[in-house]
Structure formats: C-alpha cells, structure tokens
Design a protein around this ligand. Sequence first.
Ligand SMILES: Nc1ncnc2c1ncn2[C@@H]1O[C@H](COP(=O)(O)OP(=O)(O)OP(=O)(O)O)[C@@H](O)[C@H]1O
Length: 515
Amino acid sequence: MSDWTETYRPTSLSEVRGNDKAVSKLAEWADTWDDHREAVIVHGSPGIGKTSAAHALAADRGWETVELNASDKRTGDVIERFAGRAARNATLGGSAAGGGAAGGDTASRQLVIVDEADNIHGNYDRGGASAITDLVKESGQPIVLIANDYYEMSRGLRNACQEIEFRDVSARSIVPVLRDICRREDVAFESDALERIAERNAGDLRGAVNDLQAIAEGRDRIELADVVTGDRDRSLGIFPFLDAVLKEEGARDALESAYAVDETPDDLTKWIEGNLLKVYDADEATRAYDFLANADVWLGRVRATQDYSYWRYVTDNAAAGTAAARDGTAGGWTRWGRPQFWPASDATADAVVQRIAAAEGCSMATARREILPFLAAMTHHCSPRELTVGMAAAYDLDASEVAFVTGSGESTNKVAGIVEDAQDRREQLLEEHAAGAFAGGPDRDAADDGDAEADGNDEDAAELGNVAKSDGDSDSAGSADSELAAGDSSDDASTDDASTDDDGDDDQLGLGDFA
Ligand SMILES: Nc1ncnc2c1ncn2[C@@H]1O[C@H](COP(=O)(O)OP(=O)(O)OP(=O)(O)O)[C@@H](O)[C@H]1O
C-alpha cells in the first residue's frame, strides 16, 4: 500500500484544509513577490500542511520547486547557487531569462522551499545564520522557510522575512479529510471512528492520515472498536509516549504506554529525563527525579549483572513513577527534543566535558555523567540567566557550548548575550583577582581597609567568590597579604589598572567564583 499522506497530499492551495487565512496570505505573498522580494517564514506544529501548502502554491502558479533541508550543511551553498546573487539573472534550469528575478515571465520562476529552517543555526557552516540571512535578503527567487518554532530562528532572519503562522488543524477539519480518503480507498467507516482518530491526533493531520491507514490495513470497514483497540495495539511513537508520560496519563496507563514503545528502558529513561523540565514545575520535577534516580540504580544493576529482568523496575520508575510525580495533566503541543548527551563522540560535548573536568579536577567520565546533567538541568533554556552566565564564565563556554548544555538555540540573542556577559564576568574577575594579588589598582583601597578580599595565594584564589572570610582569620591573613601585595606591587601597582589585567592566572578560577 502506498503512503496515504503522499497519495493524498494537497496538489492545490484550495485542497489545503483549515488555515484559510494563512493560505490566502501565502498566495498574496507569492503574487506580490515582485514588489517586496522578501522570503516568507511559514511556521507551526508538525503535520499541519505547511510544506504541502508551499508545494501546492508552486503547482497553482506553475512554478518549479527546489526543496532543501536546512539541517543539511550543503543547504547554504545550494541556496547561494540557486537563489543567491548568481540567481539574479538565471533560473534554476540555467536559462538566463526574464523569469524569476527579472519579473515578467513569472511562470519560469522557482520556489525555493527550505524545510526545518529553525535548524539553520549551527548547521550552516559558512558564517551561520547571518550568512543565510544575507542570502535570503538577496535571493533572486522566492523562498519559503518552513519552521516549527519561529522563535528558534535568529532575529536577523526573522526581520528579513515575512511571517505566516499555520495553526493546528481542528478535529472538525480533519474528519472530512479522513472521510474523503475512506471514500476514495473504498473503505466503509463509522463516523465515530473517524472522529476518534481526528481527536487523538490533536491538530496533526499527517498523524491522523497515518493512523487511518494503519487501522484500515486489511479491513474494508472501520469501526470505533478498531480505533480503540488500535490505541492499545499500535507501537507508540516516542513523542506520543512523552505526551502520555509527561502530560496526560496516570501511572498505570503510562506504564502500558512504555510497553507499547519500541525503545529499550534505558533509552526511554533518557528521553524522559531529557524532556522532563519542559513541562514539570519544580515540585513535580523534584519528585520525578527521585524515580529517575531509582531507574538509574536499576540500570546499573542490569549493567553489572546482565540480568535484563531488572529492566521492568527501570520502566516502573521511569514511566509510572514520573507520571505519578505530576500533579495534573497538561495540554498543548510541546517540542520534545532528543536527549542531549547521546552523541558520546560529539565534538561539542567532548569540549565541554573536557573543560569541566579540567576546572573541577575530576575525570571526564565524572564530568560527563555526574556534572554535565546537573548543569543542563539547572540552566535549562538559559534559565536562571545569572546562573547560566556564571556557568559560561566558569568553564569559558562559547555560544555553541552554551547552546549544547542549555538546549537553547545557538544563534539566539539569549545565548549571545549570555556569552558576552560571561566574557565580561571573566575579565572582571581576573581584574579583581589580579588587583588583589598585586594590590595595584583601585582595589588596593579595599585591601588596605582590611577587607582581605584580595588575598592572592592559590588556595584562596580557588575559593575566590566565596571569600567572605571570618574576621578572625582574615585579619591576619589579610594584613599579611596586603603587605606582601604592597611590596610586590611597588613596581607596577602605581600604573593604571590595565597593568593588572593579564596575569594569566585564570586557571585558578572555579565555578564558585562565578555562581
Ligand atoms: N492542512 C492540510 N490539508 C490537507 N492535508 C494535509 C494538511 N496538513 C497535512 N496534511 C497531510 O499530511 C501530510 C504532511 O503534511 P505536511 O508535510 O505539509 O506538514 P508540515 O506542516 O509541513 O509538517 P512538518 O513541519 O513536519 O514538515 C500531507 O502530505 C497531507 O497528506
């Protein structure tokens, strides 16, 4: 049987269900392209017809299409070749014509469709999102950028484009599509059954069509009972599973859902752990982490004994426990992400782990397994910001590394601002630190006041930031060091602050310095 989502893909804009306003905006964008020459970002949840609408638009206008995937590194080059400067006077087929760019012969235009455009950052390796923004601005052909998450795209790119939001397709609009397919496939149906399929796919038309096809296989009539049984029988995808455990189901149902997913308990545990904080509040997460810790203990036992019967306790804790830790249910659509620490060979992960291990004096394995997950949980999506800045400063993380730990988009302003502040923080601390060690700069006064904040020896340097020492000790240590510092600094302390900047003693700093 061919894939029904392909067989019944809309071939004209008039066949795209729901989103009438968005569809007419898209048509208007295309028809006025010669006047504005801007790209458009079409965004919304998966499976609601964004890509189909772009193709249908081209078909209606008689335009060729070029479909590119933003997560493919070559996409930037391809856009540059076909839609960038070079395309000003030539069409994709190579004909230097009055087509596309020159206006007039719009029939020979090509519509460039860039899928997963919210993944553009980090994957386009020649200048990142800003380079692609330039290409989009200068494009000689209309470009449709398709994205799930509009705000994952850089502000520059967003500003350079028009925006059209596609909303989830209501169950009411999904049912007629399913009905139509049943008629064309000669499958009889009970209306309740189609309604049930539409409802359980909550706005995702592609999901509904896929479900319909799975249930219709081997049947010439679909009844409600088939759909309900199908609910239990079908192997559950990981995203519906996460919906079930983290948002919708109680412990028992969540456990059954876990059995229906085609993933091993250790992978399931990672998926749950990696996505928990997207929906759980602090209290729920605290309870859930207890269960996940138990799951981890049982995973350890499986590894140690190779007795896979223990897996059931992993699933009990990870699925049923985590579901039980939730206070209520949640709705809406959540962008579930792959667990962050799977690619053990990932270069960014390795760089971060190395930096943590060096700073904390622990092994890479400890940094990877025991520290990194905590940092990720504490700074999820860069919140709280102060702590994230502290972490970035402590381990000298760049934007890709902050993005990796926090799960935020690398090219977002949020991450860029944090990296900048972290850099300032490092410089400031080094300056303060150096000033204390040599008592040269403005901090000299503080040292003289007996604050003892500027103790320059290594031991205390490691504690810098927690240096609110008790008075007893600090007085003598402080004055002794102040004298030493004064002596040391006699050569250069009278010069301006800059002389104290570059001591190169940043290896003395630890996380405590920044948090
Ligand atoms: N609004 C719609 N009208 C008619 N069919 C639709 C609609 N939305 C989705 N479909 C069906 O689902 C399939 C997938 O839709 P499409 O690829 O356009 O979704 P999408 O929103 O681009 O998803 P993604 O963000 O995952 O790329 C289509 O081939 C079609 O069969």
